[in-house]
Design a protein around this ligand. Sequence first.
Ligand SMILES: CC(C)(COP(=O)(O)OP(=O)(O)OC[C@H]1O[C@@H](n2cnc3c(N)ncnc32)[C@H](O[C@H]2O[C@H](COP(=O)(O)OP(=O)(O)OP(=O)(O)O)[C@@H](O)[C@H]2O)[C@@H]1O)[C@@H](O)C(=O)NCCC(=O)NCCS
Ligand code: ADE
Length: 301
Amino acid sequence: MKARDLRLEPVTVPVGAGLPANRPAHTTRIQLPDHLADLAVEALIDEAELSPKPGLVDRRSNGAHTDMTLALMHASALALWPCLRNMAAAAQTIGTIGQPLRASLGQLGREGEAAMLAATHGVNTHRGAIWALGLLVAAKALDPDASASTVAARAGRIALFDDPAMPQQHSHGLQVRQRYGRSGAREQAQQGFPAVIGHGLPHLQRSRASGASEANARLDALLAIMAVLSDTCVLWRSGPAGLAAVQQGARAVLDAGGSATLAGRRHLRALDQQLLQLNASPGGAADLLAACLFLDKAGSL
Ligand SMILES: CC(C)(COP(=O)(O)OP(=O)(O)OC[C@H]1O[C@@H](n2cnc3c(N)ncnc32)[C@H](O[C@H]2O[C@H](COP(=O)(O)OP(=O)(O)OP(=O)(O)O)[C@@H](O)[C@H]2O)[C@@H]1O)[C@@H](O)C(=O)NCCC(=O)NCCS
Ligand SMILES: Nc1ncnc2[nH]cnc12
């Protein structure tokens, strides 16, 4: 079914996946924006729940964070549902990539950031995720049949437009980009999410195919993203030396066979301890893992 039809017709989404075999699956009619928001929030919760994640909030601990908890990550993810739904709906209504869509996503993104801060009492849990998932749900809503790489490339084209209403920013990302001349969340999106399409998703699929558990496959996807990403959260907290430690440590786990192997697990423990010592948190990579899980879940609808 093409995007044009979906603007008029609700999608029929099977409900019942994961039910016991003796419970008949039935179908219900869910609007596409609702469905995409469901998948995006599910991806955020899956990312938060994945454990153990080096330096990050997970089921074991708050990682390198004093102000975040797993409960806060859940509250933040759930608070973003209306924003993500409205972004997908805006893409359907506007229908094409261009300045009007970018402006609309910018406005909805700022509303989403406000909802996040209200839910977390001012803690920045998901700013990068609002950006990445917002662009991706919009691109997916424009063409629900598109592949993950096409969706990411189209999200990148949306990100290339300027948002005229964007206020002057003094963000951490901007400051470290100026200080160290590295790229950040904006460039990652504008380039079509290379860390996700070229590293996270292929590793997720490769680890699954090699028999790793779903948790290990997701962990390997996170490590593959960490190994290549210029993560401005890490740069802000621990500078280029911290970023080099994150990238080399993640690469060492993968080179040792990945998180499902004993050798990989040893490297992972060492990396976790090193990140805590450096106060380094790969929050940008965590957001991109959520983006990767969203694209994986959305497949072709
Ligand atoms: C264009 C924006 C993305 C703004 O980007 P900019 O880089 O200027 O701003 P930041 O807010 O600093 O960074 C954005 C967040 O993106 C994540 N991130 C970092 N590096 C990358 C990367 N290379 N690729 C992709 N994503 C990346 C990261 O988010 C996560 O970390 C946050 C927590 O960090 P933490 O250090 O713990 O907390 P802080 O409070 O910052 O500091 P301290 O605690 O250390 O004191 C958490 O949010 C994670 O999500 C970066 O933070 C865009 O955001 C923008 O312009 N938005 C405006 C509205 C808009 O257009 N919205 C979207 C429409 S689709
Ligand atoms: N699990 C996590 N821990 C810390 N920061 C994050 N940003 C997004 N997900 C995160």
